[in-house]
Design a protein around this ligand. Structure first.
Ligand code: IPE
Ligand code: IPE
Ligand code: MG
Length: 265
């Protein structure tokens, strides 16, 4: 596995399956409204799609899947919808964590959990502990997450632990304190539902991520939608500020290194 460091400082391997896929699962409400159903029916259906996405990612060799489930701005929704989403979150956690564990999935949650009721916090902590040693896929759920919150909390935590850094700290110092410091930066970002915005998701981490937007509503997302996104990703040239020529030269060097030496007779 590649070491956890800023992908912006490395030339990544191209033509491969993205190691880390991050998704904004949008469009549940519209999916339901199109069917004259209440919005919450779309959220329920969206949970099934999460299972599909996890399975498809494992089959394709993705190591990290990060899903935006509830943003720090989603508290602005009608109280009824929020309370349904919280209940759904509890139900899904209670039912699924054991299954995730059986499937070798490491489960993590990022976000400001202080806003959630103690019951949710307890299930999350237990789930994370139970699955900590799994390595088939790391599934991260972003709940009450905001990219700005993450940058603020990381800075506060770093300065509380190392007050002297206040006058001089670097990206690497701060990076250790982000909620998702255990994962490499996402290679591929997908947003379903047609909107082309980041909506305060992983602001720091998406600096050089390849972005893919699709009109497909989240409940309709399938393995073939994922394949289209991965195909698009594989056609990109990730330059990280370098020139195309530099990348081609480094690829040639790597190919020479990969040629096995001939066996002596
Ligand atoms: C995304 O779907 C799920 C959450 C934000 C919880 P939406 O509920 O935003 O669906 P649309 O965008 O209204 O269709
Ligand atoms: C983003 O979706 C958050 C999640 C999918 C959890 P929203 O539907 O809340 O995004 P905006 O507000 O339309 O940008
Ligand atoms: Mg939406």
């Amino acid at each position: 596995m590649r070491s956890v460091s800023s992908s912006t400082s490395q030339i990544p391997e191209s033509d491969i399956v993205p190691q880390h896929v991050a998704i904004i699962m949008d469009g549940n409400g519209r999916w339901a409204e199109e069917r004259f159903m209440p919005r919450i029916a779309g959220h329920q259906r969206g949970v099934e799609t999460v299972r599909t996405a996890i399975k498809a990612c494992i089959e394709r060799g993705v190591n990290y899947l990060t899903l935006f489930a509830f943003s720090s701005e989603n508290w602005r929704r009608p109280a009824e919808e929020i309370s349904f989403l919280m209940q759904l979150f509890i139900t899904v956690l209670e039912q699924e964590v054991i299954k995730l564990n059986e499937n070798g999935i490491r489960f993590k949650v990022i976000g400001d959990l202080s806003k959630f009721e103690p019951k949710i916090n307890k299930i999350i902590r237990n789930g994370e502990a139970m699955t900590a040693a799994n390595n088939r896929l790391t599934l991260t759920i972003a709940a009450n997450y905001g990219g700005r919150w993450d940058i603020m909390q990381a800075t506060r935590k770093m300065l509380a632990q190392h007050p002297k850094l206040v006058s001089n700290f670097g990206e690497e110092d701060l990076a250790q304190y982000f909620a998702m410091s255990y994962a490499p930066e996402p290679d591929l970002f997908i947003r379903t539902g047609g909107e082309q915005r980041i909506s305060n998701f992983l602001l720091w981490h998406l600096a050089y991520t390849e972005l893919y937007f699709t009109d497909t509503l989240w409940p309709d997302f399938s393995a073939s939608t994922l394949d289209l996104a991965i195909k698009s990703y594989q056609q990109r040239e990730r330059r990280f500020g370098r020139t195309s020529e530099q990348l081609k030269a480094s690829k040639r060097i790597n190919e020479v290194k990969k040629v096995p030496s001939k066996k002596k007779a």
